[in-house]
Design a protein around this ligand. Structure first.
Ligand SMILES: NC(=O)c1ccc[n+]([C@@H]2O[C@H](COP(=O)([O-])OP(=O)(O)OC[C@H]3O[C@@H](n4cnc5c(N)ncnc54)[C@H](OP(=O)(O)O)[C@@H]3O)[C@@H](O)[C@H]2O)c1
Length: 252
């Protein structure tokens, strides 16, 4: 039987998102104390309330723009201190902007890198001292299959996620002496709010489905279960890995 995560303390960025919210719910079921970060205060407060009503232990939340490095650093420190330490960091905040490279607005390009790459790095940097003190420190970064392979009009997103994969590997080596594991999940297409443009366009939706060997989009609950495993004691030997969860897309 898998060992319990009860009493562990986890901070999740992008907590209100389509992929992270099931992770937050799954960890809450296990009795993990949570600190949630997202940008918009209202959905974040609603999620905090829902999760807090579902069990014992603290559920904290702070609306922070992860593109603002100093604000994010201070928030991670504040939340980790309020929880009395930190065992798990999950970086799921992310955005995508889709343009041909030739006309990609520079401010949009920079926004993607700030949220996806700098946001991930800064949250890790602020969490490291706390994770080193944990008995089972874990970082899970949300990369993407587009950090490994390419499709057109994703210059910023693919570059940011490729960088997140490399950041994951470097941090895994730096933190291994403390037995803190650092991994990335690299999802393929899941129909969350991030992929509204695909969901709203039958031709785009069909194009993506036709390239998925498994013949369907991903299910966030299944991914949440996988993340639960990655933060467990049983996964303590898995580090520096980029784990694609993509219905076979990148195997082609
Ligand atoms: N869905 C997919 O198919 C897919 C595939 C590969 C990788 N991923 C990655 O998986 C992660 C989660 O994606 P998702 O599909 O769950 O996306 P989503 O449903 O659009 O959720 C994104 C989350 O990130 C937060 N966020 C965005 N910008 C932020 C900012 N500047 N500061 C703080 N929080 C911010 C959002 O909060 P607000 O709503 O408050 O802004 C929301 O909680 C992302 O890193 C994404 O790149 C997703």
């Amino acid at each position: 039987m898998a060992s319990s995560l009860a009493g562990r303390r986890a901070l999740i960025t992008g907590a209100t998102g389509g992929l992270a919210e099931p992770v937050a719910r799954r960890l809450r079921e296990e009795g993990v104390e949570l600190a949630l970060i997202a940008r918009r205060p209202e959905p974040l407060a609603a999620l905090r309330e829902t999760l807090a009503a579902r069990g014992a232990g603290r559920v904290l939340a702070e609306a922070v723009d992860v593109a603002d490095g100093p604000a994010l650093f201070a928030a991670v420190q504040r939340l980790a201190e309020a929880l009395g330490g930190l065992d798990i960091l999950i970086n799921a905040a992310g955005i995508n902007r889709r343009y041909p490279a030739e006309t990609f607005p520079l401010d949009e390009f920079e926004a993607v890198l700030r949220v996806n790459l700098l946001g991930t790095f800064v949250a890790c940097q602020a969490a490291i001292p706390f994770l080193k003190r944990s008995a089972a420190g874990r970082i899970v970064n949300f990369g993407s299959m587009l950090g490994e392979i390419a499709i057109p009009e994703r210059a910023a997103y693919a570059a940011s996620k490729g960088a997140v994969h490399q950041l994951t590997r470097v941090l895994a080596l730096e933190l291994a002496p403390w037995r803190v594991t650092v991994n990335a999940v690299a999802p393929g297409p899941y129909m969350t709010p991030m992929n509204t443009p695909i969901q709203q366009d039958p031709a785009k939706s069909e194009w993506f489905l036709s390239r998925l060997p498994i013949g369907r989009f991903g299910d966030p609950e299944g991914l949440a279960e996988f993340v639960r495993y990655l933060v467990s004691d049983e996964a303590g030997f898995i580090t520096g890995s980029v784990l694609v969860c993509d219905g076979g897309w990148t195997a082609q």
